[in-house]
Design a protein around this ligand. Structure first.
Ligand code: FES
Length: 272
């Protein structure tokens, strides 16, 4: 195929398999998610909650009444999840291949130009991944809280609360309450936070912190416990790519479901 010098150079490979097929799902998934997340989080800025459900794009929810922040509340928290995903070791490989062609696949020639690696701006910022991991733990706490809360629905109308004032009988006031229930949204939010936890706990940086940097477990403080934790972290780490994509898809689907319910396009499917 004739083309520009850059394209001709990109094609240089002795591979005869369909190596380019590997990057197509990344274009579709990451491209689609980025467009959707930008539209939902930064542009639309609405329909992010319904009943006990809160979209993961908006958690924790800050200034929803727009007292001092006039744009979408999702923008205020964007830096946390974005920095974690953008600096992830797995996503670096996937994105460098799919979007920068640097290189597009193993044994396929890369873009022309000097390879600077992650030694120069902006890619040198990738080295902050460990700090993004600490931030991710904070976000996980909020998301677990949201997932548990998603099982507590506003009561059917009002819950009667006896409020007896001295000398006065009967029910003097009504107050709102919650009751346990299970909706499809509850299960989606729970699945979402489990997948996000698996993605976070399978992180390469975490595995390194737990024990990857040790030469000798038995010589280290709490070596036995660290060895067990490291083995678990290694097991999860082997599946990091799977958790990365599964959690990304689940964040998008959970938000989409909550939006559908919040706009009235569908009714929440209540199982209990
Ligand atoms: Fe992917 Fe840390 S390496 S989240």
């Amino acid at each position: 195929m004739a083309g520009s010098p850059a394209l001709v150079r990109l094609e240089k490979t002795q591979r005869r398999d369909l190596w380019w097929l590997e990057v197509v799902p990344i274009w579709i998934l990451m491209g689609g998610f980025t467009v959707y997340a930008f539209w939902r989080g930064a542009y639309e800025g609405d329909f992010y909650s319904w009943g006990p459900y809160l979209s993961p794009f908006y958690s924790p929810l800050i200034d929803p009444q727009h007292h001092w922040w006039h744009w979408s509340p999702a923008i205020l928290i964007l830096a946390g999840p974005l920095s974690f995903r953008a600096t992830c070791y797995y996503y670096r490989k996937a994105l460098y291949r799919a979007f920068l062609f640097d290189p597009p696949a193993c044994a396929v020639s890369e873009r022309p130009g000097n390879y600077g690696g992650e030694t120069r701006f902006p890619f040198i910022l990738q080295n902050l991944h460990r700090y993004a991991l600490y931030l991710a733990f904070i976000f996980l706490c909020f998301l677990w809280y949201d997932a548990i809360r998603a099982f507590w629905f506003p009561g059917n109308g009002y819950v009667l609360t006896p409020h007896l004032v001295a000398g006065q009988e009967g029910i003097a006031s009504l107050s709102t309450g919650t009751q346990f229930g299970i909706g499809l949204g509850s299960l989606m939010m729970l699945t979402n936070v489990i997948l996000l936890s698996l993605y976070t706990f399978s992180c390469h940086s975490l595995r390194h912190l737990i024990g990857g940097k040790l030469d000798c477990f038995s010589c280290a403080l709490a070596g036995g416990a660290r060895h067990s934790a490291w083995k678990l972290s290694s097991y999860l780490n082997d599946r990091h790519m799977l958790f990365a994509w599964a959690s990304l898809i689940s964040v998008g689907l959970t938000d989409f479901y909550i939006r559908l319910v919040a706009t009235g396009a569908i009714r929440d499917l209540r199982l209990l």
